[in-house]
Every structure is written in C-alpha cells, then in structure tokens.
Write a protein that binds this ligand. Structure first.
Ligand code: PXG
Length: 297
C-alpha cells in the first residue's frame, strides 16, 4: 500500500505524522471519505468542494490548491492499482507546539491520502435492512462547530456508534438539541410516507452528504419525487412506510427496526429498493477516471 503525505508516497509502515501535529493533539483538521467505483472516483468535485468549505470554516489554509489535491487523489488510487476503493483524505493543521494557538503551527497544513479496499455491509443487508437505535448523544448545535464541517472531531459519532453496537444495532440516530432527528453517526437519514420522501434540512445540524444530494437528484429524476427537507421527530420514523440511510460507505440502505419498532414490513421497502438500484447504476457509470487521461475541463 502506498500512502500520500504532502507530495510523496510512503509504504504503510513508514506513513507517519508528527506527534506535535495539531490534528493529533486537538483533532484540529478536516477529512473526506470518498469512493471509487470501477476505476472512477465518485463525485470527486463535490467532495473537494466540501473539503474547501470545511477548511474555510475552521480557518485552515489548504496546503496546495484544490486542483492539485484532485490530482493527488487520482494518483493515490492509481499508485495502489485499485478500481474499487475507499479513499480517506485528511488535512491537519500541521505541526505546532502544545498550546491551542493555531498561529504556532508555522509550517503548512498537512495533507495525507489513503486509498484502500473497502469494507461494505454484506449484500444481504441491502435486502433485509439495518437495525437502528436513537443515541443518548445529542448532535452538536449550530452554535458549536457545525455538523456541516467534516472535522477530525468524531468522538460523538464514534460513541453514538458504540451505543448502537452495544444494543445489537448497526447505526445510531442522533437527535439535535430540540429533539428533532438530525442524522446517523456516519449516514444521513430519510423516511418515506404515502409516496413522499422526507429528510432533515441542513438547519437540523447535519453533514450535507454527497450521497444525500445524489439520492435527492435520483429521486426527482428517476422516481419523479421531490424530497422534502423539513424537521421531524423520531415518531415520524416509527410510523414511516420506509426509512433509509445514505452515505459513502453504505450507499443507500434501509433502516427496518428503530428502537425496537418495526418499520413498514420490516425489510427494505419498494421505493428504497428502487433508489438502491438507481444509485448503483449511477455510481458505476460516472466519476473522475483514474486510469484514462483526465480530459481538460
Ligand atoms: N453524516 C455523517 C456524520 C457522516 O460522517 C455522512 C453523513 C454521509 O455523507 P456522504 O458525503 O458520505 O454521503 C457521513 C459520512 C465510515 C465512515 O467509515 C462514514 C462516513 C464518514 C467517515 C467514515 O463508515 N460518513
């Protein structure tokens, strides 16, 4: 495995960063989780745009221009000879001292990129769906570092996921401070009622998922349904016909049991299955090519 760090490739054993990097000391940095399907990087522009927005929000200057980051991502996948991959792109504040002051990180921020094979839910989960629980951990408020920033502070999500695991579930739902549903620990959430599709708005405190946006486009284009963004309590999930999650790792996957309540028929419902199919077709036929020459834009 070849790992990209600040312009060079390293073997896995040698891919190391400083213990004084504020990414390590404070979780001061941002990341993206990206997929490649069939030799093409899925929605790379969207991920890079979100990276730029996250950087801007935390006063972080990216170490190299976005165009060069794009090239580095493509080269990292190519260097590892992967066609289907999970790509982790991380930008840390860089090396500083033991204080909080970001001005002490005198060098550039650091960029590293890992491209690996991807671990997926077993295929049967796309038929039978996931079990979800509501986490006791609340989503960060909009007056904190907004959940829209994909920062290196993932502890709340990690602990929420651990609650799900402890309950025998696969994912955890985070409510926001007002008790509305926001998202899951690593996925956005949707529900379907009487043919209409709903998802929390950005103001509920969510990461604006790349997959979420694609699914909203596909719902309109392929199913003729415009997804409604509105706040809702978890009771709307309990009484939904179908619930599904979206994320780079999970793609589109049903939630069929929530806090012990069976949702709909207790298996992936018809509209969710349609969206899974359309998403897969789309993901496998689009994206930035890794092994052909990238055409000038
Ligand atoms: N919400 C949160 C909190 C996320 O972390 C999503 C929604 C979905 O966004 P995308 O852009 O992927 O559609 C995410 C991203 C993992 C893993 O290993 C998953 C994510 C991030 C980091 C790791 O499962 N999901």
């Amino acid at each position: 495995m070849k790992i990209y760090i600040d312009g060079k490739f390293y073997d896995k054993e040698d891919a190391k960063i400083s213990v004084f990097d504020h990414g390590v000391l404070y979780g001061d940095g941002i990341f993206e989780g990206i997929r490649a399907y069939n030799g093409r990087i899925f929605r790379l522009d969207d991920h890079l745009a979100r990276l730029e927005d996250s950087a801007n929000a935390i006063l972080l200057k990216l170490p190299i221009p976005l165009k060069e980051i794009e090239k580095a991502v493509v080269e990292t996948v190519r260097a590892n000879g992967l066609k289907d991959a999970y790509i982790r792109l991380v930008v840390t504040r860089g090396v500083g001292d033991l204080g909080l002051d970001m001005r002490k990180c005198k060098g550039n921020s650091s960029l590293f990129i890992i491209a690996d094979r991807i671990e997926l839910y077993p295929e049967e989960f796309y038929e039978k769906g996931l079990t979800l629980v509501t986490s006791t951990i609340r989503q960060k408020g909009l007056d904190q570092v907004t959940p829209g920033v994909k920062s290196l502070n993932y502890l709340a999500n990690i602990l929420a996921r651990a609650e799900a695991t402890a309950a025998g579930a696969q994912e955890a739902i985070l409510l926001n401070a007002s008790g509305h549903v926001s998202e899951c620990s690593g996925d956005n959430i949707f529900f379907i009622k009487d043919g209409r599709i709903f998802t929390p708005p950005t103001s509920a405190g969510i990461l604006v998922g790349v997959t979420r946006n694609v699914v909203m486009e596909l719902a309109a284009e392929k199913l003729g349904v415009k997804v409604v963004e509105r706040n809702f309590p978890r009771y709307d999930l309990y009484s939904a016909d179908e619930v599904f999650l979206t994320g780079t790792g999970a793609e589109v996957i049903a939630g069929v049991k929530i806090d012990g309540r069976v949702i709909g028929k207790g298996v992936a419902g018809p509209m969710t299955k349609q969206l899974i199919k359309h998403f897969r077709e789309y993901a496998n036929t689009t994206g930035t090519p890794v092994y052909e020459t990238v055409k000038a834009k």
